[in-house]
Design a protein around this ligand. Structure first.
Ligand SMILES: [Zn+2]
Length: 430
């Protein structure tokens, strides 16, 4: 006998839905909650009761005494947030020539494709995307669209607009040069004026896979970073820093950035500092793993593959230590990077975090409530608690057994609407 499909009714403002589930993962760091009752409309969650506590009659339909839908064998968890993605880039593309061709599109074409990409993430269970920068205004346009009152059905987007880098250094495809402005402060002011929800900084280069190290000197000094961070703070914006290599990471930490993105080759003492300063870490395993997965196509030799393996193993060890120390860990896939499709890339990232040694519940927290709380987004998603948006996933394949179960058949509730997601979806175009 097959179990009945997990299909709660659609919730509207006039008709809230009362859902009863066997297990609730509320997006906090706390333990799973048994026998939960959740009431929500299309805007927000109205009530959460655990251990069988039922909702008060005033939020239910007149005379309603039982749930609209009960799934005692299912787990309910918040919709996921990808805290590091580049929506203007198609991550499923691996071929270097075709990737370069993608970037020759006009800003309008890039935006049209990104918009399609973003809309399709709803059905994969994504509630939100924190874009990590593009210089074509794609992220800013999507950010604007998703806060309109008559918004299309798409995840929340926050964008920094163009990241900030030094002319001639790494990052030209997604950043604008600090040299265009008389002072670091003027550069940050321009980003905020353009609509940036957060300021993205590029203090370092990237890993030289052939050498197995970050070989370029950091592109920003501590002083310069501190000025950028101070300017952002005074304008009410958090900062996030692309940083790999311990010298550049040290500078980013010293300057007081809110999060370190990537963080390859960070030192153990730097993790302690991050814990003490509440600096979040978005480790982005997926883009480096993708280099290994597609090594043949990318032309990597045996020595480079060894480097990739060694780098990933060291990164996994850092993640385990970060968890032990109590560093705020947030999941981000770097989707849009070579071989990291949007949506699926995040699911892959979660699997890689689990493989590195994080417990599944911690991985789920990293993709839901951890970022929601630390990053202070304009909207409330990533938790299942009163006042938070009605965006969640319902599944009979417990993600507490393995987060890989998030690929199995599941039901997505998005602002009260209901979608079924299968197992064999296609990542082409994402
Ligand atoms: Zn990135």
């Amino acid at each position: 006998m097959t179990a009945a499909p997990l299909l709660p009714p659609v919730a509207t403002r006039a008709h809230p839905v009362w859902l009863r589930v066997g297990t609730l993962l509320d997006g906090s760091a706390g333990r799973p909650q048994p026998e939960a009752n959740v009431v929500y409309d299309c805007d927000e969650i109205l009530f959460v009761g655990i251990e069988g506590r039922t909702p008060p009659p005033e939020i239910l339909r007149v005379g309603q005494t039982s749930p609209d839908f009960a799934a005692p064998d299912a787990t309910l968890l918040p919709g996921l947030t990808d805290a590091h993605a580049h929506l203007f880039l198609k991550g499923s593309e691996i071929d270097p020539v075709r990737r370069a061709g993608e970037l020759r599109q006009t800003p309008d074409e890039l935006l049209a494709h990104a918009r399609e990409r973003l809309a399709s993430l709803v059905r994969l269970g994504l509630a939100a995307v924190r874009d990590a920068g593009d210089r074509h205004g794609v992220g800013l346009a999507l950010q604007k669209l998703c806060v309109q009152s008559d918004r299309p059905t798409m995840p929340f987007v926050e964008s920094p607009g163009a990241a900030i880098f030094h002319r001639g250094r790494y990052g030209a495809f997604m950043a604008g040069a600090i040299e265009e402005y008389p002072t670091p402060r003027a550069c940050v002011e321009a980003r905020v004026a353009a609509g940036a929800g957060r300021i993205k900084l590029i203090p370092t280069g990237i890993i030289n896979f052939k050498a197995g190290a970050v070989t370029a000197e950091p592109q920003m000094t501590t002083e310069e970073l501190a000025q950028l961070v101070a300017a952002a703070k005074s304008l009410g914006r958090q900062t996030f820093a692309h940083a790999s290599g311990d010298t550049g990471i040290a500078r980013a930490l010293e300057s007081g950035v809110d999060s370190v993105e990537h963080g390859y080759f960070l030192r153990n003492d730097q993790l302690t500092l991050m814990r003490d300063r509440q600096t979040a870490w978005v480790p982005t395993f997926a883009p480096v793993q993708a280099q290994l997965d597609h090594a043949a196509m990318l032309g990597w030799d045996v020595a480079t593959k060894d480097n990739l393996q060694r780098i990933l193993a060291a990164h996994a060890a850092s993640l385990r230590l970060a968890h032990m120390l109590g560093v705020i860990i947030v999941a981000g896939s770097d989707a849009g990077s070579c071989g990291v499709p949007h949506g699926f890339g995040l699911l892959r990232e979660l699997e890689l975090m689990e493989r590195a040694g994080l417990p599944p519940l911690t991985v789920i927290h990293a993709a839901t409530g951890a970022g929601a709380v630390r990053f202070g987004y304009r909207e409330k998603f990533g938790r299942i608690a009163p006042g938070w948006r009605s965006r969640f996933m319902l599944t009979r394949h417990s993600p507490l057994a393995t987060v890989a179960n998030l690929r199995q058949s599941r039901t997505i509730v998005f602002d009260g609407m209901v979608f079924s997601a299968g197992q064999n979806e296609d990542s082409t175009g994402l």
